[in-house]
Design a protein around this ligand. Sequence first.
Ligand code: GLN
Length: 487
Amino acid sequence: MSALHQATLAELGDLIARREVSAVELTRHFLDRISALDAQLNSFITVLPERALAQAKAADARLARGEGGPLTGLPIAHKDIFCARDTRTTCASRMLEGFVAPYDATVVQRLDAAGVVTLGKTNMDEFAMGSSNETSFFGPVRNPWDTARVPGGSSGGSAAAVAAGLAPAGTGTDTGGSIRQPAALTGLTGLKPTYGRVSRWGMIAFASSLDQAGTLTRSAEDAALLLAAMAGFDAKDSTSVEAAVPDYAAALNAAPEKLRIGVPKEFFDEGLAPDVASCVREALAEYERAGATLVEIELPNLHLSVPTYYVVAPAEASSNLSRFDGVRFGHRAADPADLLDLYERSRGEGFGAEVKRRILTGTYVLSAGYYDAYYLKAQQVRQLITNDFARAFESVDLIMGPTTPTPAFELGAKTADPVQMYLNDIYTIGVNLAGLPGISVPCGQIDGLPVGLQIVAPHFGEAPLLAAAHRYQQATDWHRRWPAGWA
Ligand code: GLN
């Protein structure tokens, strides 16, 4: 097998089970790589060597007693949007630069309980607003496949860290594509579960009706392992769903022979780079060879998903971010003249340009006189988009297409024009508006840069989704490609 840092979680779990490596050795290996290499990527905001080694020791003790499960002793990195007790949690914002969380997010708590080791907290777009990981207060993240290029956002820190072998896996959140896009641009497997599948408790809120936690891994098998520990009802999140968590690992090999795959014609529009389209078509042909039938489908309202999302998400963000006022939460300006000055300067200094743009847009679309024209209209269109997907799933099992219109672009290429940046989300955002599960798997390369295939399933269809991705990864090796210079 390849080097430790190129192994999947499943492979590392086998090594641990056979006592060929200890959790402490594994943790040291990754901590050493982070300190030697992360200056080139900026993928971590906070590295947690002490916490990690203490967790690794506890995991080794548990394993020595013959206890623990498939994740015990395996290190991962958490996006810095998840609160971790007594640990700095910044959401990549100056607003929360010094915030130490008093409790664990449910995702963190459940993975801790499964024996996972937390290497650190990863960089991201500020408050998860972005598609390229360039809006972070802590500076942009670079793509290990080409450090002049973006890793995708907003979970770009977790993606870059995993792609470069600084962590075997990472958590992310996906409000409009923030797991699937960075997965596509860094050659990883990125899973966004059904809205409500994983608890949002302790995950700093961006757009609460869209936010969902998921994973960035080297394989669908690893995504299944992590999801099994993360998923399930949580009384602390009123939108978490009370549905049993299937045995995702057991379901991996149960993909039906005769899959019906819907291919939306809207996914192959003029915005899609032709070489990305060829990679995706080749992946679809691979499914066909394995017995699947491709069915051309229509999602007639999908072209409205970007404008719809960029009304709904900012509206919710403007409300969620009102708590950061220098009084209840967040950065507090020095020497305020009066209360208004305190609010204005605390928020003015604490938030970056993209976050301010979202707050302004969101406040505008919710204001009296504009609410009906923008917010209410967007909610109605959201329902139409949801209906499009529901209708499509009456005749197909899964929907497939590209994850992003292009491979990774150069840093700075789209920062001057927010609308250009928002158009990166064109293939991922509809899935969030409809609350569906989606995954991106590596399906090719263009000039040495990875390309992602997106697979979408009906609500709570994570098991068939993962099985379809796993089957593809049994037949291809795109997910095992490694960026030059990071071996
Ligand atoms: N790119 C989208 C945005 O900027 C989605 C981000 C996300 O999924 N967190 O809002």
